[in-house]
Design a protein around this ligand. Sequence first.
Ligand code: FDA
Length: 394
Amino acid sequence: MEQYDVVVIGAGAAGMFCAAQVGQGGRSVLLLDNGKKLGRKILMSGGGRCNFTNLYTEPAAYLSQNPHFCKSALARYSQWDFIDLINRYGIAWHEKTLGQLFCDDSAEQIVTMLEQECQKGQVTVRLRSEITAVEKVEQGFCLSVNGQDVSAHSLVVASGGLSMPGLGASPFGYRLAEQFGLKVLPTRAGLVPFTLHKPLLEHLQTLSGVSVPAVLTAEDGTVFRENILFTHRGLSGPAVLQLSSYWQPGEYVSVNLLPDVDLAALLDEQRQQHPNQSLKNTLALWLPKRLVECLQTLEQLPDVTLKQLNLPQQMALVAQLQNWQVQPNGTEGYRTAEVTLGGVDTRELSSKTMAASKVPGLYFIGEVVDVTGWLGGYNFQWAWSSAWACAQAL
Ligand code: FDA
């Protein structure tokens, strides 16, 4: 039987980084993945340029039923540590917006860097590996991999969440946690576009491709200010993806399409100067013309000139544009979600080492754990930080 000090399941961001660190510490490591390629999500990420971390990473940017859990790992291996590593490899990067760091050239550079880190640690990598059984034995764990037995003192589960099944996502980590008696919190798609109910969708579909800056507020009071994008299925764009992680089915989302203006004052001013100007042309000064036309077909915009616009109509219009209540009918689900919310309950794990307190030698890192970041590099930073914290303990 093949024997290793550590077996890591999942060659994504967390698994590769952890395997490399453990190997460099002198332990024998086997890194397993069911796919044909290493780091498939990294390659797809950030439009092919990988948004690998965020300058403003802090625990408040993460959702978890146990919000304190992520603090230790994020503090011990921070965004600055990962930036140091990237710089050592000479990978050029830039800040796009809101502290989001991307490779100048390609996400492939991150995968190549992680591969080289694994080579430095003499990690044995085995792709297309089907793990059909995992058992606890006296010395650690025994795994059945492609029909062969492999044993390890410690087992690290880095098999990710359920988003994008086409990229190898599987519930493997959740099932394994349950097999060992660990609690798994309900999972759902996060950082995902909203779908809309039929009549509204049919109107808004004409806006497909239009993007506007907006402020979105969830029913729990969470607020995001970024762009929203109208799509043929509903609403997307960074503000929508961010808010989707805080949205529960049936809830409304408040959309402010003109967040930085006192609309009533602006309309009064325009009325003074151009009383015969149509309301439609006036609003087109501040909003895309296609959006204004669409609001008119939705009968949310009276077909009047500014001097004809009466006070109740103006008040209704301001509410409509600055507190538009949209009730999504759902999300696009795991097919397009960037992340999975929920997962292995962090109350079962040590925040210092990611070890399962009930099962000596078993560790969970990365997205499989109930820690989910905002859009903008926060999820990869969690992968690096949790992987590093775990590796220190092995
Ligand atoms: P990850 O999913 O990366 O890796 C898990 C690995 O386990 C996979 O290789 C999988 O094949 C393997 N596996 C699963 N089941 C298995 C089994 N049964 N046996 C063996 N192996 C198994 N985040 C961010 O911070 N910045 C960004 O730019 C983006 N962009 C982005 C784009 C897209 C399209 C998606 C889908 C997601 C992102 N994300 C992101 C999120 C980010 O990709 C995600 O949070 C991390 O990849 C999580 O890293 P993990 O290593 O935990 O899982």
